[in-house]
Design a protein around this ligand. Structure first.
Ligand code: LMR
Length: 394
């Protein structure tokens, strides 16, 4: 049987992780996979997470199954965190999933069950796992222009022109904040225009929000998602807790399906639970329990928010330092976009050859499309990167 298998395409982000590990140079710089690192290069367990885990260890009396949707308290906590009061609670179906990827996979399967002919529209570029899963599921996809390589901002005219071809029932995948891989984001006014176009065509929004708290702050980063959620009868939202709680390996996320009314919510909830059962039965609980413990305890929540804010500000500081350094080296403001981008990533707009040269000559690892992880930098490596960018002729 197994001889019938064919090698599968490697994920370029994960491949880069392996190449970085294999590089013997001691001064190499990892700007690849999206994992937060502090100034010493460590990915810390957040203080509130440690405390929540201590409490869970002390107080937990059973490891019996939760429910197919996960612990309902997690569903409520994550719904409030992401959606606030933008949508009536009885319209939101929600299940815990193994990370944000699990939520994306379940959302796509739900779309396939409900509207198998729908085309899923993806920004060009987007997180590579989006098209990979869609292709694997045999669903239709199309791209809308997103990044303007000249300005390193959003190509809004291109985006609107491409989405003009939307058909009723098509699904548009939008990044809730901190666009991955570019770091360039739509303004609220631009999103209002996208929403109007989608409403006109009868398209359905699917929001991937994986970096809430990494851009402009917890509430500000939820604003676009809430704006979208409030505007449609139906909307899917995949939320990840991997980054903002720093619990990557615990695989903690949620899929929310916003329904037209409470009856439709019950139907969606039942279908989501069914999908969980088919794919992995009960979703992982530990990370979800940590998140619930933090979000429902005011003191712990304040501790978490403070540390998340430190994380966010440190990334903003690195962005500014890099933009300033490049301004000094090039005597121009053409790298100011780095300070305007938000989230963990920026796309430099370099060619694959320039990216390869920085890797070969300086041991700087970024994804081939010139996405780099800002959090992989520190005060010492920023000038090294800036010089490498200039030397590579970017
Ligand atoms: C990334 O984009 O680097 C992260 O979301 C990690 C991943 O799984 O690709």
């Amino acid at each position: 049987m197994l001889h019938n298998l064919h090698p599968q395409p490697a994920d370029k982000i994960l491949m880069l992780m392996a190449e970085y590990r294999a590089d013997p140079r001691s001064d190499k710089i990892d700007l690849g996979v999206g994992v937060y690192k502090d100034a010493t290069g460590n990915t810390p367990v957040m203080r509130a997470v440690k405390e929540a885990e201590r409490r869970i260890l002390a107080d937990q009396t059973t490891k019996a199954y939760t429910g197919l949707a996960g612990d309902p308290a997690f569903g409520t906590a994550i719904r409030d965190l992401v959606l606030g009061d933008s949508v009536a609670a009885d319209r939101v179906a929600c299940v815990a999933t193994p990370g944000g990827t699990g939520a994306i996979r379940q959302a796509l399967e739900l779309i396939r069950m409900a509207t198998p002919e729908a085309t899923i529209w993806l920004s060009n570029p987007t997180w590579p796992n989006h098209p990979s899963i869609i292709k694997y599921l045999g669903m239709k996809m199309a791209e809308y222009r997103y990044f303007d390589n000249a300005t390193r901002g959003v190509d809004f005219d291109g985006l609107m022109a491409d989405l003009d071809a939307l058909k009723a029932g098509d699904v548009v995948l939008l990044h809730g904040c901190c666009h991955n891989p570019t770091g360039a984001n739509l303004t609220s006014d631009q999103m209002a225009q996208v929403i109007a176009l989608m409403q006109d065509r009868g398209a359905v929004p699917f929001v991937d929000i994986a970096y809430q708290g990494f851009g402009d702050g917890l509430e500000a980063d939820a604003q676009i998602t809430r704006q979208i959620a409030a505007a449609f009868d139906n909307c899917l939202i995949a939320a990840s807790c991997s980054k903002n709680f720093g619990i990557y390996r615990e695989r903690t996320g949620a899929l929310m399906a916003i329904a037209k009314d409470a009856d439709q919510q019950a139907l969606a909830q039942q279908n989501l639970a069914f999908l969980n059962r088919q794919n992995y039965s009960f979703p992982p609980d530990h990370g979800a329990r940590v998140v619930t413990t933090i979000l429902t305890d005011p003191a712990l929540r304040a501790e978490w928010e403070a540390e998340l804010e430190e994380t966010r500000l440190s990334m903003l500081g690195l962005r500014q330092q890099l933009a300033d350094e490049l301004k000094r080296l090039t005597n121009s403001d053409r790298f100011d976009f780095l300070a305007h981008h938000r989230g963990m990533f920026s796309r430099l707009g370099a060619t694959p050859e320039q990216v390869a040269a920085m890797r070969a000559d300086n041991g700087i690892y970024m994804v081939g499309d010139s996405r780099f992880n800002v959090a992989g930098l520190n005060a010492q490596s920023v000038p090294v990167l800036a010089q490498a960018i200039v030397t590579a002729g970017i």
